[in-house]
Design a protein around this ligand. Structure first.
Ligand SMILES: C[S@@+](CC[C@H](N)C(=O)[O-])C[C@H]1O[C@@H](n2cnc3c(N)ncnc32)[C@H](O)[C@@H]1O
Length: 389
């Protein structure tokens, strides 16, 4: 045993913490299967020192990057999804008080102009490519229209790209609240109130985040990248850093279906609208973001991808680097050993805590496995690895 329980008690408590931790920029979007910020915070505090480098090769909504910056650690995150990149970038970009007050004033004025009875500018290119799929039915068209009008307001505001992205992120969060898996689509009026409320909350979060990170005496670099993590060893900026002290991540789960890239209208019909709102092209199916499908061939691809990716990660680590991963499996009895085998072939050795693994129950997770009911994926495991000596 190389990791002593006495050294990591607070981290172990954070693994099982059920409280909803928000604050700072964490609530800018509810990224599916995201970490609890507390888990990321305690992992970073326990296993690294200020100015160390933390890498998250599957950064999703950027929880690791936000927490690394707050704790004065450098961080690099990779994600294959342009939506994940967009969200992580907005969440980790500080705003000045001048920028925040511009947003507040602009919002008060612009939200009043939104009206679903008025014509809106139709984004034909996005519509032709299918990004507004399922947004024009009886209950969704008023929301779609307000979103079109708000995007038009943002783009004609003359604001910097940083501010425009912040506002698009607010619209993304409001769109998710209104449309994704909701039983009843809210009225246009309620949508406007909610948009205002979300922008105000995000401004408060951005203010707290920005004032915390402004206090750093030395420069801290937070770098989100929109690339598959298998390309990590070719990433030139890594040369400016020492090897990472911590790789903290949560890869897609094998056999577990999480919709990272779509919203589900009325819990059924999918829309790729998040990419339109974030102004990013998508064009990929679920298996692209999940590293492979749920059938046998898809799972074979998944484990090959994990092996290749961790092989690339091994090239940028040294003997001190600790890999901490949160994972779930649709069929843990064979997938966990197979996952560990892929890690071993990639050059990593598992480290146990008191000769056992840490499992946690996951309440209220929105994901689907091949089987219905209480599947094993409602349990997550935390794995520790180091380079094989
Ligand atoms: C479980 S989520 C990560 C959530 C993240 N921990 C958070 O707190 O938001 C897994 C992420 O892996 C990304 N992903 C899938 N295949 C990838 C690849 N080959 N390289 C990089 N990222 C990938 C998906 O797009 C998804 O955002």
């Amino acid at each position: 045993m190389i990791i002593k329980t006495s050294d990591i008690n607070t981290f172990l408590e954070a693994v099982n913490d059920r409280s909803h931790v928000s604050g700072y920029t964490h609530d800018f979007y509810n990224y599916p299967a995201r970490f609890s910020p507390l888990f990321a915070r305690e992992a970073i505090k326990t296993f690294t020192k200020p100015e160390d480098l933390v890498i998250d090769p599957f950064m999703g909504g950027g929880t690791t990057l936000v927490e690394a910056n707050l704790a004065k650690r450098n961080a690099i995150g990779f994600d294959i999804s342009s939506l994940a990149y967009f969200i992580s970038k907005v969440k980790t970009t500080p705003l000045s008080s001048g920028e925040i007050s511009f947003i507040e004033k602009w919002t008060d004025k612009s939200i009043k102009k939104l009206n679903c009875q008025f014509n809106s500018y139709r984004p034909e290119i996005w519509i032709d490519k299918g990004y507004q799929r399922n947004l024009s039915n009886k209950s969704t068209w008023p929301i779609r229209k307000l979103m079109e009008q708000f995007i038009n307001e943002i783009e004609s505001s003359g604001a910097t790209i940083k501010i425009r992205h912040f506002l698009r992120c607010a619209l993304l969060k409001t769109g998710q609240w209104a449309l994704d898996s909701t039983k009843e689509i809210p009225s246009a009026q309620l949508f406007r109130y909610k948009l205002l409320e979300i922008i105000n909350q995000m401004c408060a979060g951005a203010e707290d985040y920005s004032s915390m990170v402004k206090k750093h005496e030395n420069e801290i670099n937070i770098i989100p990248i929109n690339k598959p993590s298998v390309e990590i060893s070719r990433f030139k900026k890594l040369k400016h850093f020492d090897a990472p002290k911590l790789v903290l991540t949560s890869p897609p789960y094998p056999g577990v279906h999480v919709l990272y890239h779509r919203w589900q209208i009325h819990g059924r019909r999918e829309t790729p609208a998040p990419f339109w709102i974030a102004d990013n092209l998508d064009g990929h199916g679920l298996t692209h973001y999940a590293m492979g499908g749920r059938n046998q061939k898809g799972l074979t691809n998944y484990f090959q991808n994990i092996e290749d990716t961790f092989n690339a990660i091994a090239k940028v680590c040294n003997s001190e680097t600790l890999i901490v991963q949160m994972l779930a499996f649709s069929e843990p009895e064979w997938q966990l050993p197979r996952y560990l085998e892929a890690m071993e072939v990639a050059g990593f050795q598992e480290k146990l805590i008191n000769e056992s693994r840490i499992w946690r129950e996951v309440p209220n997770r929105k994901w689907y496995t091949q089987k219905k009911g209480n599947t094993p994926s409602s349990k997550e495991v935390v794995l520790f690895h180091k380079l094989t000596s």
